[in-house]
Write a protein that binds this ligand. Sequence first.
Ligand code: BTX
Length: 328
Amino acid sequence: ESTRGRLLDILAKHNEEYVSGQMLSDQLNISRPAVWKHMKELEKDGYVMEAVPRKGYRILSFPNKVSQNTIQWGLKTKWLGQHMLHKTSTPSTQMLAHNQAQNGSAHGTVIIADEQTNGRGRLHRQWYSHKGEGIWMSMILRPTMEPHLSPQLTLLAATVLAETLKRHCGVKPQIKWPNDILIHDKKVAGILTELQAEQDQVNYIVLGIGMNVNQPNTAFIGELQRKATSLHLQTNQTWDISALVQDILQTFEKRYDEYMENGFAHVKLRWEAFGYKLGEIVPIHTHQNKWYGRLMGIEEDGALYVLDENGQGHILYSAEIEWGKDYV
Ligand code: BTX
């Protein structure tokens, strides 16, 4: 743990009480001017500190902006997010995560940014990632697994987001296959999984999560106006991004460990409980064709199972399901 993290820990444990500079310097094994320097750094992160002569220091308030400190502060995980890199601005956290992974970053490393200037969705589509309004993060995972099973991790991530949003914000999210999170037929979050693998073993996975949190109505323009939504628009509340990130990381770690131990069956059930239009007939695009099928559920390998008009079953690996309020 970093010195600054330990410093915050000590101050937080003392709550409203002052902690003397001498005690901090003793406990952290650094000089008193070094303690002072860390305080100044924390203030840059948005902490409001009070320093009183002969009494010491205390925290008056925590930042509402995101930093490695605000996320790691009180983060109850064993391995996920214990290594973290936070940027105020970056082209794409996916790109950064790939670089980090190739340089040997540990399993569970999290890269997060306030803003992405070149955020990406699947098939090189753009992902709108405006400053401070959402969660733009990528995690590096190094699972012992065969590459063909990796779509299960995308589905797992989708269930984690749905589950966390429901519990944390009281909304009713749905998962559109394979990995879009919708609320009231509008996209609130997306997942992008990228894989580096050998023949029969995953080398690493970069799992990117984009979630719209505090965007106002005016944030979404053009096609996004009818396609996208934010938690703020759905709940009329402004959400603490660090707290939400912590919850996502904690829930993800728990579900990931369960999945590694017990397999996919529970993930499948949970995914299906959130499944968008499951049991319904919807327009489906595969290759150049548009046809109507009844969404039945997902397969062990993450494929979508659909019945066509003749009751014939189809297992789909790539398809677009038409969605939104305005299709028919
Ligand atoms: P996707 O290809 O399923 O969705 C991309 C489509 O979603 C776009 O074509 C556009 O129509 C719509 N869209 C773009 N931005 C938004 C937005 N903010 N909210 C709702 N809809 C939008 C989904 O791709 C996967 C997105 C992953 C994003 C994360 S953010 C952290 C990481 N870094 C990075 O560059 N990508 C990932």
